[in-house]
Write a protein that binds this ligand. Structure first.
Ligand SMILES: *Cc1c(COP(=O)(O)O)cnc(C)c1O
Length: 430
């Protein structure tokens, strides 16, 4: 594979650029990537990397996917963008029809924005304004401990990873946290949620369904979430499934909510939505929520919007992505990767340094046993990260948790290569 050689990207970067989640004084310099194809990336020195986390969970169908690129090109050369206030267009109408067909059947209305955080922001605003419009005082939200819902203000308020939000504590809406219903914690989680919901002070409950991504792929059972949702229904607390990470096949089904009997009132979609190519997000709603804003009084409207709302090119990418996701080939990939992950789990789970191996869909995660607690971005985590990069595998451990979430198009050979590198790390990194 030949790569374009652009010298000095790393050096040029450090002059003007500020990276996400990065302490620039202590962090290693970023790696200049010049090409991507399938599950592989190449840096400016020609070194190859396996993208074992689908570039932060966005890239399901492979880098530089030709089918997606062609769809984007066709859209760019017919209608690249048009305002969505007072106008509409074919890609967004088609996308709404195709998405509603696969969403839980109570999801009827779609509101577009640009990223996962704004999708969450809109869901929280809708929950709060719904009750405001009705003249009912419900101003608080419920969320899980260690949740991650994004970095804008309402999303931060809903997030429970403390060092992400510490500096803004005083400026956030009130969110009460309940325990995640992981094995053994189901009853306590349900008890605390019921106690809060029954007060009538809460507008909504936001959660990452079945898998808490940023917390380190923490998993819990659909039965437990079903119980929480049904309590919320009883007390008029709107449920918001943040499927920004889990959506579009990651859990083996189109959405994590497809494992549930209960249905959420709202869903947040982004990341893999546009096949990993263009920033876009959607918040989806029940008819009931939409109707809470439908009135002769203009002040009851949702006064929210973004310049690039429902950008046609983003919609074209999403339509191409949906077509790929629904293809037999991609559905077979999901089954294949899950089977490979289970075989890997069987192989490592009795290793004395390995704990809590868990698999759902294309996600496998486990902990490396250590004394004491691990910092999210601590030394041990950094050693692991560096080891993987040295060995040409992009993985971002969370503390002592290692997880793999590859693009669905990854070959078995590359998957085995990732597993082998992880097994080496289990042996070597103390
Ligand atoms: C990544 C993520 C977000 C935030 O999305 P951005 O596009 O990074 O703003 C929100 N919720 C979940 C569950 C996520 O994984």
């Amino acid at each position: 594979m030949s790569t374009v050689n652009i010298p000095g990207l790393t050096e040029r970067d450090s002059k003007h650029l500020w990276h996400p989640y990065t302490q620039h004084k202590t962090a290693a310099k970023p790696i200049g990537i010049v090409k991507g194809e399938g599950a592989l990336l190449w840096d400016e020195n020609g070194k190859q990397y396996i993208d074992a986390i689908a570039s932060w969970w966005v890239n399901p169908y492979g880098h530089s996917n030709k089918f997606v690129a062609d769809a984007i090109y066709r859209q760019l050369t017919s209608l690249e963008h048009v305002l969505f206030g007072g106008f509409t267009h074919e890609p967004v109408v088609s996308l709404s029809e195709k998405l509603v067909a696969i969403l839980p059947d109570n999801q009827k209305k779609l509101f577009f924005s640009d990223n996962g955080s704004t999708a969450v922001e809109i869901a929280v605003k809708v929950a709060l304004q719904y009750y405001y419009n009705k003249g009912e005082k419900r101003t608080k939200m419920l969320a899980f401990e260690n949740a991650f819902h994004g970095d804008t203000f309402a999303a931060m308020a809903a997030s429970g990873i403390s060092f992400f939000t510490e500096a803004f504590k005083g400026s956030l809406i009130e969110v009460v946290r309940i325990p995640v219903p992981t094995a053994g914690n189901e009853e306590e989680s349900l008890r605390q949620l019921t106690e809060m919901a029954a007060t009538g002070e809460y507008a909504g409950f936001i959660f990452e369904p079945l898998v808490q991504g940023a917390a380190g792929m923490v998993m819990y059972e659909p039965e437990a979430l079903d119980k929480l949702i049904s309590v919320c229904k009883k007390y008029g607390v709107f449920t918001i499934a943040d499927e920004v990470m889990t959506g579009f096949g990651k859990t083996g089904k189109y959405f994590a909510c497809d494992y549930l009997n209960e249905k959420p009132d709202m869903m947040c979609l982004s990341k893999a939505l546009t096949a990993g190519a263009i920033p876009m997000a959607i918040t989806t709603f029940t008819q009931e929520l939409f109707d809470g804003f439908y009135d002769d009084d203009v002040n009851k409207a949702l006064f929210h919007g973004h310049t690039f709302t429902a950008n046609p090119t983003g919609c074209a990418a999403a339509l191409a992505g949906l077509e790929l996701l629904q293809s037999d080939e991609m559905q077979e990939n999901l089954v294949r990767i899950n089977r490979m992950h289970h075989a890997f789990k069987d192989e490592i789970e009795n290793h004395p340094r390995v704990a809590n191996v868990r698999v759902l869909g294309v996600i496998v995660a486990f902990e490396i046993k250590r004394e004491g607690n691990e910092d999210y971005y601590g030394d041990f985590r950094n050693k692991l990260y560096d080891f993987f990069i040295e060995n040409g595998v992009i993985l971002r451990p969370v503390g002592n948790i290692i997880y793999i979430l590859p693009p669905y198009v990854i070959s078995n050979e590359l998957l085995v290569n990732i597993y082998d590198t992880v097994k080496l790390a289990i042996e070597k990194i103390a």
